[in-house]
Ligand binder design. Structure first.
Ligand code: ATP
Length: 541
């Protein structure tokens, strides 16, 4: 809570409200509907919505739809769903930058008439070349000094669709020698012949992010336009535009550091690259840190909000450890996840000193610290499954689980001692023959989990590792060469039968293994579990 209350943005907001005591605080969340939201967006959502709430202000949801895309509607629906799921409530009706296209167009005319904008016929690559670099000043376009009349006619022809895409654009006339590249005559309008989800075919010219964002903010009376640090230089342009179009009560931009998370990419464009290259099928792949991926993986909205709260708001760029996200969900699940004994990689145990008919009922708590979560019944019989890794024929040093001649304890049940094994023709162990006995002395035994064959139903388990082999894939140029091809491991084992009786409970702690959730998208005839997190912080890279 401390971190949240003392951030530099909170201080700026408090100062603002003191100075303008009758003004309402207004923030906005402005996604480009070109993909699904990721956890970086959750940080932005959290900042914008929590600040608005704290100071009795409002937060708008505005789709920044200036870059028409044939999937706009699909992405808008997915983004709305994720924001609602995360528990944020936007102010009144949803806004779209396209609602302001008429006004933005009028402002472009004002700039042309003030000799502050011109239609440029340079090709895209020429514009880039003329722009120069940090060490090299830019060069003026030969079209920079056209008359106002000429520019008005050209711009009108742009609007009427008389130029092919990419041949002309409207640029601001600022300073090609500015030390801020963003001020070297930035593009304000470009041509795109794509049907827009709202304005359909009314326009074939669309304002750029830089031109439309500051205007939309101001039209919505946004007092604090919060964005990530990479837009710091764009602030010069943001203010330049608002000043030169003579708009009243110009909004102000403030920057904070974006969220970077170990082993993840947080950019819609790069996430899409994974889909386009068939590394993953969909945005909700449980290995991704998209909101839909995290939801399918078993993260809750509150765990994501807590994570955002914990990381705070600063101006320092850093790489957040994945374990700080995992600990938020682990803490929650430890409190309310039902316990269960699943065997992910089973091997059969035959108990030789009891009969085939023997069935012993054992009543155990669903949660060791919460009787209110009730009890469940498991059975002990002469055929059981344990984890393959809980037995070694030739035990390594310091191996404390089951080996030939050794005794261990089955959780909630008897001691067993292994006497013999049976192998198949490939030399794999298929059965372990044991005897069982009650525990009589105080001696400590290793404890392992198990399931009786009669109480087991088949299940598939999916264990996830990071999709990238490197800690900071965001800075890599060739992302696809760092893919971890062991990021999804499927295991086929058993769960306790009674899980099937109440599929409404979908989150479990499988004892000694980790937290799992039923994958609703995949579970129809069979039950498939996604691993949410391991029990402890023993994360393998
Ligand atoms: P992406 O690369 O994912 O498309 P973006 O910045 O282009 O990111 P927008 O849809 O424009 O995506 O983002 C909406 C808001 O979310 C913006 O205010 C942006 O600054 C913020 N945002 C995006 N990524 C992050 C991040 N990693 N950390 C914090 N805020 C972010």
């Amino acid at each position: 809570n401390n971190k949240e209350n003392t951030s530099f943005i909170h201080k700026k907001v408090e100062k603002f409200l003191k100075k303008n005591n009758n003004q309402k605080l207004r923030t906005r969340f402005p996604p480009d509907p070109n993909g699904y939201l990721h956890i970086g967006h959750a940080k932005s959502l959290y900042i914008n919505f929590s600040i608005a709430k704290k100071y009795h202000g409002i937060c708008n949801l505005r789709f920044d739809d200036t870059n028409p895309n044939k999937n706009h509607i699909k992405y808008i629906n997915a983004i709305k769903k994720d924001i609602i799921w995360l528990g944020f409530k936007w102010n009144k009706s949803i806004k779209y930058t396209s609602m302001y296209f008429n006004k933005i167009y009028q402002y472009a005319l004002i700039l042309i008439k003030k000799k502050l904008a011109y239609v440029d016929k340079l090709k895209k690559h020429e514009i880039r070349k003329y722009r120069g670099t940090l060490n090299k000043p830019g060069i003026n376009s030969p079209y920079r000094n056209q008359s106002i009349e000429e520019n008005l006619i050209l711009f009108e022809n742009m609007r009427l669709g008389n130029f092919p895409e990419g041949t002309v654009c409207l640029r601001a006339k600022i300073n090609m020698k500015s030390s801020f590249i963003v001020m070297r005559d930035p593009v304000l309008y470009r041509i795109k012949f794509i049907t827009h989800h709202k304005t359909k075919n009314k326009w074939c010219i669309y304002p750029t992010y830089d031109f439309s964002h500051c205007i939309s903010d101001t039209l919505e009376k946004i007092t604090h336009s919060l964005c990530t640090l990479e837009f710091e230089n764009n602030k010069k342009l943001y203010n330049w535009i608002l000043k030169n179009i003579n708009i009243k009560n110009a909004s102000k931009q403030y920057e904070y550091s974006r969220l970077n998370l170990e082993y993840c990419i947080l950019s819609k464009r790069k996430l899409k690259l994974l889909i386009d290259n068939k590394i993953i099928n969909h945005w909700d792949d449980p290995r991704l840190h998209t909101i839909s991926g995290l939801r399918r993986r078993g993260y809750t909205a509150s765990s994501i909000r807590n994570f955002c709260k914990n990381i705070g708001i600063t101006k320092q760029e850093n790489l957040i450890e994945i374990k700080s996200l995992e600990s938020c969900i682990r803490k929650e699940l430890n409190n309310y996840a039902y316990r269960n004994m699943a065997v992910l990689e089973p091997i059969k145990i035959i108990i030789c000193n009891i009969s085939n008919e023997y069935i012993e009922n054992i009543n155990i708590l669903n949660h060791p610290k919460n009787e209110k979560m009730g009890f469940r019944n498991i059975i002990f019989t002469n055929v059981l499954y344990i984890e393959k890794t809980d037995f070694q024929e030739n035990p390594l040093k310091k191996y404390y689980r089951l080996t030939l001649g050794k005794t261990i304890k089955l959780k909630y049940s008897y001691l067993i001692t292994a006497h013999a094994i049976k192998k198949d023709k490939n030399n794999n162990i298929i059965k372990i023959f044991c005897t069982c006995e009650s525990k009589k002395n105080k001696k400590k035994y290793s404890i392992i989990h198990w399931i009786s064959k009669k109480n087991a139903i088949k299940s598939e388990f999916r264990i996830y590792n990071p999709i990238f082999k490197i800690k900071n894939p965001n800075i890599e140029k060739n992302l696809l060469s760092h893919i971890n091809n062991k990021s999804k491991i499927k295991k086929y084992g058993f769960i306790e039968k009674q899980i099937k009786n109440n599929l409404k409970i979908n989150t479990y702690q499988f004892e000694r293994i980790g937290y799992f959730i039923i994958d609703k998208k995949l579970s129809n005839n069979k039950i498939i579990f996604n691993q949410i997190v391991t029990l402890k912080e023993n994360w393998n890279k």
